[in-house]
Write a protein that binds this ligand. Sequence first.
Ligand code: PRP
Length: 223
Amino acid sequence: MEEKRYLTFALTKGRLADKTLALLEKVGITCEEMKDKSSRKLIFVNEELKLKFFLAKGPDVPTYVEYGAADIGVTGKDILLEEGRRVYEVLDLGFGKCRMCVCGPKEARELLKHHEMIRVASKYPVIAKDYFYDKKHQTVDIIKLNGSVELGPIVGLSDVIVDIVETGGTLKENGLEVLEEICPISARMIVNPVSMQMESERIRKILKSLREITEGEGKEKGL
Ligand code: PRP
């Protein structure tokens, strides 16, 4: 029989990877090597199942998958919207849930209503642009930041921010609030379009068993 080739998974470093590995384990996909947190290895192999796994920064996951360096990836919907890579989004994994929102001090609510020219700070300039230009038809000045975006309105860099809100704790502690909701976010599984064809049977089998689990969990939560 022809030797199977490795299927490679690109996972998002951190909490998302831990949750993804826990989910994969439920469908029999395990990687013992990856559980050793002290390891500095970048790539992990399950020889028996012919699978490889590596951890990457979230925004790089769709890049690896688009170029075929990974067949399958897991990252947040926020990153997929921002990066706009040519990948198939095949499954909502149901964790890593949060919301993409326009946030700011409550006084900024008026600025949004009257379509004024405002400054918007964000780690997500593409999402901010799509929302303000294409959806709201409001011309704004978008300022790209790389983190701690809540500082924008506090130090007077911007009027509002576009950012993810999970518990709302960061906003509350900094005197800011959600002004408008853009879209819900959660972890998604993505597949390289060529891999989807070439390794159709193996990938579809994995997706089918993952879907059964995620749909089952969704029903349990009454979703
Ligand atoms: C994210 C996001 C918010 C915060 C929201 O930041 O950008 O700042 O989490 O979570 P909360 O609603 O539960 O408070 P992250 O921790 O990724 O850091 P960063 O903004 O510096 O990238």
